[in-house]
Structures are given as structure tokens and as C-alpha cells.
Design a binder for this molecule. Structure first.
Ligand SMILES: CC(C)(COP(=O)(O)OP(=O)(O)OC[C@H]1O[C@@H](n2cnc3c(N)ncnc32)[C@H](O)[C@@H]1OP(=O)(O)O)[C@@H](O)C(=O)NCCC(=O)NCCS
Length: 703
């Protein structure tokens, strides 16, 4: 049985025994989610039939958690936080018996701090993932490195092995987990399935290899436990090997222990970044491709899941879990809201005092908007020609080319001005991104003036998604420099080939195609003819009246096809690019139609939604043997009629340039009804290996 409970804003589902288990074990739990920016505290109310109580607070990207007496330490985007309990023993505040308040922070900079601990001297030690080292805090420094794996030979902030987890033994940092045992920048991205390692910190030796994205090492009762996230398993290390205790349906990360039980955090699978993991196959086989997000309590004696907690959107990922011993219902104050301003604790006064704040928190003095350092500078409206020289684009300014790490569709927004074609939030291009993004920037005096972005494809190739140089900085070789360095970087990562598809235009022929030619790319060739029609124009199309679909043919909304009919449709002789998609949820239901002959599908028109007011006609197909009497035209006309009825103003399509039948149809019947006809061009970089001799990408100042 499941219990559904609402916290301040999150509604959770827990197994019925979880609250009693927490009560019996006399613990509560703290856990963190960095994608949803929350610290979550899970406890129970004070009744005899305990109910789950969840308290959540927003922090910026919380990750590692560590409990030290009455304090809770937390690694966040740029700071390590120490939250202190303000309540005296036995004192309650809004039902909670602990009130953790942000009491001190240490600014580390955005170094992707993962796990953190306090060592035997109460010194905070954290995993500095960006710099591939362990580090501590130091006055007048952002951090001080204390140890790095022996294979990290260069100290650089580019996450060389994805060092992420840290286990203490007898108060000493003793084991660390990493995604690979190599010091090449970002090489771990290619080794996710079996490159993971446990490193014995005192000796520097590898204590275990062959792991899949390992996390959360913990020394407990003489055993080194950890989570092999890429296989979804909790287990321990024995003789250099991972021994699995149990499998869980999610990306396991965050591990804590209470008596004979383990508490494990589960995250949903971010498929574009985690493709190819053994866990992905397992989840697909279970019919649960995304996996679960929540907590699982595992009986260490049997490996069985005895309790669970599932979390809803927007929480789809957890990072760490910590046990709060002797705590029934923990609560925290966040940095937002008035409570942090109002509540005051004074020595020897048992009660918290309320003071009245003068201004609401988070809104101190609103000065002029400042642009964060390093982000693209917006072009002024007049800066549309190469003659604009108001900006500091002086000829001698050195250009530094450097990787932009951890780019995702979600965090691309600040760079949107430097993307072409646009990857701004809500753009069609951004919704299509499925693979890992590889970004390279050109920086002039600390400001980004150019950006190239490629998307890694599942087959090991990459596609150039965007290249743009800010107007005042053009014609100085920066566009060429960016593309060349990106090609070199991809070659080093064994990502090949790099391809590009773009919509042909006179501007691109002038500004961009010379760069491609200069760098040895293949001559761009038209591969698709692009169409766009507005509903008021396609409204004039009357083929459906002229060529009605007559029995035994009929039309049926695609979503009403049975599974057998969908399989029959897939078995038709349609070329691969016109096949119906595997995930039918992608289809626009109001437009996508099947053409039936009796009950058997013999053709279709399929459309995808691409925005609030637009669809893309992705496939029009009629099986050979049924291609007469203008049935394709009737199908299309019915699609248009439904597009109109659904009040979707714009329809687009791309027709393969080899599809002569469709192009003929277009020329004869559609041309007059369409708004734009363009051409997409495709080309490919030269063998990338041949470029490896050219300079490195990071920190280079040469043009
Ligand atoms: C395309 C773009 C990235 C080129 O950047 P850039 O830094 O100006 O490129 P380079 O200085 O390396 O130019 C290389 C060559 O391209 C040609 N070129 C570039 N801009 C040109 C222009 N405005 N007129 C004529 N030739 C031009 C020239 O042959 C130039 O070499 P040259 O200066 O030695 O004569 C930039 O113009 C831009 O951001 N345009 C808008 C976005 C875009 O079109 N991106 C293409 C991705 S699909």
C-alpha cells in the first residue's frame, strides 16, 4: 500500500511502513537534488501512528551532505554550507525537533563540488570534481587541494576523471570513486560503462576497476560499499571486484546506513547523456525506460527493498542521502522567505525570538543589472554590420579559445545570443537535442565573443549545431579558429565524422561556406527541399473533394490503430526515414492519420508538433500497389484540413531531394499554396585525425 503525502510543495508517495521504520530506527533522512535545487528533510510527525513529514528548501545546486553532530554540511554550486540546528533538546518549532539554519558558508567558486566530509580534525574535505582532486577550505583562497589521483598529472579545472565520491575510514579520507583512471580531459565520457574505478587514497592504487559510473563509496562494518550507478546496483568491493547485493530501478546515487539497512537514492535516467549503460537495457526490459526517482530502504541481510519513497516532478534526480540519528522531524530554513530574517536565537534563551525584517529576503538593493562575467555580451541594436566599432574589439585583443563544460539544453539560455541557428529556450532546435553537447568558446578580455556547439550522436559521430561570432569580432579568423579547434577536439575524443546541415542562404554562402572550404569540408550538397505553409493558404486546397477516399479505403487517426495494425504499418515497404516513429507520443494526434484498406494500414500522413503554432509533416507514405487515385494527395489534404481545424497556423516539411515523386507532386499541386521553399544543405568535415597536429583547445591565445 502507498501513502500519498504533501510537503510544503511536493506531493510524495511512500510505502506504508516507511514512517514506522523511521520511527523505530529513531532516524530521519536528509537528501539533496541538484537539478531541482532542493535540500529535502524526511521525518515523521509525533503521533502514535506516525505519518511522513517532508520539509524542502531551495538552495543553489545542493550535492554532498554530511552530518556532524548538530550540524548538517552541504556542498552547493559555489559554496560549502554549514547548517546548524537552533533548537535545544526537546524543543519543537512548527512540529520539528531540529531546525537547521544556514549558519556559515565557504565560497569555493563553481568547482562542481560533489561529496563532502569532515575528517578526524573536523576539517571539511570535499571532492572538487572540476579540478579532479580532494580539497579543503583555506582562508583567502577558494580552496586548497589536498590530494589528487596519481593519474591526474595536470592541475586544471576541466573534470578529467569525474572524481565524485569519498569514503572515510577512521576519520581519514580513504577511498574515492571516479568514472575513469585517465587524466585526459573529459575522457570519462567515453568510458561510462566500465571505466569506473575506486581509488585507495593513501596508496593511490586502484582498489577496484571495471565499474559503471560508480558513486557514494561508504566504509561500513569492515566493508567498502558503493553504488554502481550505471548498472543500478548496490554492492561492495571484494578482491578488487564489485559484488552486487541488489538491483534497483534507477540511476543509484546517494547512500547511507541505519542499523542493518541501507538507504539508497534513485534518479531517473537522463537518456541523452547516459545512453549505452547496462542500466538502460535493464530498465527498457522492465518497460520502465526512464527509471524511478526516490529513496529505497534495503535490508542488508537479504538485499530486499523493504521501504520506498517516490518523488514527483520537478524532482527527477537525487545526489546524496544522509541519516540524521536521533532526529524525528527535521526542518530547515532556506535563504529565501522571511523566516531566515525573522527567527533569532540568543544564548540561554530557550525560545526562538521573532524580529520584524525591514525588507523581504532575497530583495536587498536592486542596483543596475550586471552581466555575469564570461557570458556573451549582447550586441547593441546598431551592431548589425561589420563597421560597428563601439565595443572593445580592438585588433590586438588576444583571443582565448576554451571548452564550455557541462552544456545542456537546460543551461544553454545565457549563451542563446551567441547561437546560430538559434538555440534559445523554446526554439525548435533545442527541443531536438538528444545527445551530449560539446561547446567551445572564443573569449576576448573575459567576454565570450564566439561560440561553437556540436552535439554528439549515439553512433559516435557529431553534428555542428551552432557557430556564431559576435558582429564586431567578425572577419578576424575567429569563426575559422573556433571550427578548427572544435574539429581537433572531436578528433582527440574519437568522435567522427562531424557533419552539418543548414538552410542555404546568400549570407551563409558568403560568410560561412568559405570557412568550410578553408577547413577542407566536403562541398555542401542540397539534401532536403524545405516547405512552409500557412493554414489560410492551405485552406484553399480542395483535393479531398476532388479525390475522395472511397471504400474499401478509409482514414483513421493514427492513435486509434491497434498494436497489430501499427506493426502491419511498420512492415510495409516504407523507406527508413519515412517509417512511423517508435515513440508514438511524439506524433501530433490531431493530424496524424492512417490510410486503411479494409482494416489493414497501407499508408499514412504523420506530423510532429514543433511549437505552439507549428507542426512538421514528417512522413507521407502510400504502399506500392495502393498508389493511384491521388490517395497521397487526399491524405495530405485531410491532414491540412485537420491542421486548420486544430487552429495550428504553420505547417512545415522537408522532402528528401531524391524523392522525385514527392517533389513532382509538390511542383504540380502544392507550390502555389506554400509560403517558403528553401533548401537544406549537408556537408561533412574531412577525416578528423588529419587535424590532430593543430593546437590544443584550452587556453590557447593564438588565432
Ligand atoms: C559565419 C561566422 C561564424 C564567421 O565568423 P568569422 O569570425 O567572421 O569568420 P572568419 O573571420 O574566420 O572568416 C573566414 C572567411 O569567411 C569569409 N567571410 C566571413 N564573413 C564574411 C563577409 N561578411 N563577407 C565576405 N566574406 C566573409 C571570408 O572568406 C573570411 O576570410 P577572410 O576574412 O580572410 O576574407 C559569422 O559570420 C557569424 O557568426 N555569422 C552569423 C551566424 C552564422 O551564419 N553561422 C553559421 C553557422 S550555420
Amino acid at each position: 500500500m502507498r501513502n500519498h503525502q504533501a510537503s510544503e510543495s511536493v506531493s510524495i508517495a511512500s510505502s506504508s511502513g516507511l514512517a514506522s521504520w523511521l520511527r523505530e530506527a529513531n532516524i530521519s533522512l536528509a537528501f539533496s537534488t541538484y537539478r531541482a535545487n532542493r535540500l529535502l528533510l524526511l521525518g515523521t510527525d509525533a503521533t502514535d501512528q506516525p505519518q511522513i513529514k517532508l520539509n524542502e528548501r531551495l538552495f543553489d545546486r545542493p550535492m554532498g551532505l554530511f552530518v556532524a553532530g548538530e550540524s548538517l554540511w552541504m556542498a552547493a554550486r559555489c559554496q560549502l554550507w554549514r547548517l546548524d540546528n537552533l533548537l535545544a533538546p526537546g524543543q519543537l518549532h512548527e512540529g520539528g525537533d531540529r531546525l537547521y539554519v544556514p549558519a556559515a558558508s565557504f565560497t569555493t567558486g563553481e568547482v562542481n563540488a560533489h561529496e563532502l566530509v569532515l575528517d578526524a580534525d573536523d576539517q571539511p574535505i570535499f571532492v572538487n570534481t572540476a579540478f579532479s582532486c580532494l580539497a579543503t577550505i583555506k582562508p583567502r583562497c577558494s580552496f586548497a587541494p589536498t590530494w589528487a589521483p596519481p593519474f591526474i598529472t595536470q592541475f586544471a579545472g576541466d573534470d578529467r576523471c569525474h572524481l565524485n565520491g569519498l569514503a572515510l575510514k577512521d576519520g581519514l579520507p580513504t577511498w574515492a570513486t571516479a568514472f575513469c583512471s585517465s587524466g585526459d580531459p573529459s575522457s570519462w565520457r567515453n568510458q561510462r560503462s566500465e571505466g569506473g574505478v575506486v581509488i585507495h587514497i593513501p596508496s593511490g592504487e586502484l582498489a577496484a576497476t571495471g565499474l559503471a559510473m560508480p558513486h557514494s563509496p561508504r566504509w561500513r562494518d569492515g566493508k567498502l560499499w558503493l553504488l554502481n550507478s550505471g548498472t543500478g546496483e548496490l554492492g561492495w568491493i571484494e578482491d578488487g571486484q564489485f559484488r552486487a547485493l541488489c538491483y534497483l530501478s534507477g540511476f543509484v546515487r546517494g547512500l547511507a546506513f541505519a542499523a542493518g539497512f541501507a538507504v539508497v537514492g534513485l534518479s531517473k535516467l537522463r537518456s541523452p547523456e547516459f545512453t549505452g549503460l547496462p542500466l538502460e537495457e535493464r530498465l527498457n526490459a522492465e518497460g520502465n525506460p526512464g527509471g524511478c526517482c526516490g529513496l529505497r530502504v534495503i535490508d542488508l541481510a537479504t538485499g530486499e527493498i523493504v521501504h520506498s519513497l517516490d518523488l514527483p516532478d520537478p524532482i527527477d534526480e537525487l545526489f546524496d542521502v544522509a541519516v540524521l540519528p536521533g532526529v524525528r522531524q527535521p526542518r530547515a530554513l532556506g535563504l529565501q522567505g522571511e523566516e531566515i530574517d525573522c527567527l533569532v536565537k540568543i544564548p540561554d534563551q530557550p525560545e526562538l525570538l521573532h524580529v520584524r525584517p525591514m525588507a523581504p529576503s532575497g530583495k536587498p538593493h536592486q542596483g543596475p543589472t550586471l552581466r555575469p562575467f564570461g557570458l556573451p555580451q549582447p550586441s547593441t541594436p546598431t551592431a548589425t554590420t561589420d563597421s560597428h566599432h563601439d565595443t572593445p574589439a580592438s585588433p590586438g585583443t588576444p583571443i582565448r579559445y576554451q571548452r564550455v563544460f557541462h552544456l545542456t539544453p537546460a543551461n544553454l539560455a545565457p549563451y542563446a545570443e551567441l547561437t546560430f541557428p538559434s538555440l534559445a529556450p523554446g526554439s525548435t532546435a533545442i527541443t531536438r537535442i538528444k545527445g551530449e553537447l560539446l561547446g567551445l568558446s572564443a573569449m576576448a578580455s573575459g567576454v565570450m565573443v564566439g561560440l561553437a556547439i556540436a552535439e554528439r550522436q549515439a553512433d559516435g559521430s557529431a553534428q555542428l549545431l551552432s557557430l556564431k561570432v559576435d558582429v564586431p569580432w567578425r572577419r578576424r579568423g575567429i569563426g575559422t579558429g573556433l571550427l578548427r579547434r572544435l574539429m581537433v577536439f572531436l578528433a582527440k575524443e574519437d568522435i567522427a565524422p562531424l557533419t552539418l546541415r543548414y538552410k542555404a542562404s546568400p549570407e551563409l554562402s558568403t560568410c560561412f561556406e568559405p570557412i568550410l572550404a578553408r577547413l577542407g569540408w566536403s562541398t555542401p550538397r542540397t539534401d532536403f527541399v524545405l516547405l512552409e505553409g500557412r493554414s489560410h493558404q492551405i485552406d484553399g486546397i480542395n483535393w479531398a473533394d476532388r479525390f475522395p477516399i472511397a471504400a474499401p479505403y478509409s482514414l483513421l487517426p493514427w492513435h486509434q490503430l491497434s498494436e497489430t495494425q501499427v506493426n502491419q504499418a511498420r512492415a510495409l515497404d516504407a523507406p527508413t526515414e519515412l517509417q512511423p516513429p517508435v515513440d508514438q507520443r511524439e506524433l501530433e494526434p490531431s493530424i496524424s492519420l492512417a490510410l486503411l484498406h479494409h482494416d489493414a494500414p497501407v499508408g499514412w500522413v504523420l506530423a510532429h508538433r514543433t511549437g505552439a503554432g507549428s507542426v512538421r509533416y514528417s512522413s507521407l507514405f502510400v504502399a506500392t500497389g495502393h498508389r493511384s487515385r491521388a490517395r497521397a494527395l487526399s491524405l495530405l489534404a485531410e491532414g491540412f484540413r485537420r491542421q486548420n481545424a486544430a487552429a495550428i497556423p504553420t505547417g512545415r516539411a522537408a522532402i528528401d531531394h531524391r524523392n522525385t515523386a514527392m517533389l513532382r507532386l509538390l511542383k504540380r499541386h502544392l507550390g502555389v499554396h506554400l509560403l517558403a521553399i528553401g533548401r537544406s544543405r549537408r556537408c561533412q568535415s574531412p577525416p578528423l585525425k588529419s587535424l590532430q597536429a593543430t593546437p590544443n583547445t584550452s587556453g590557447s591565445t593564438e588565432r
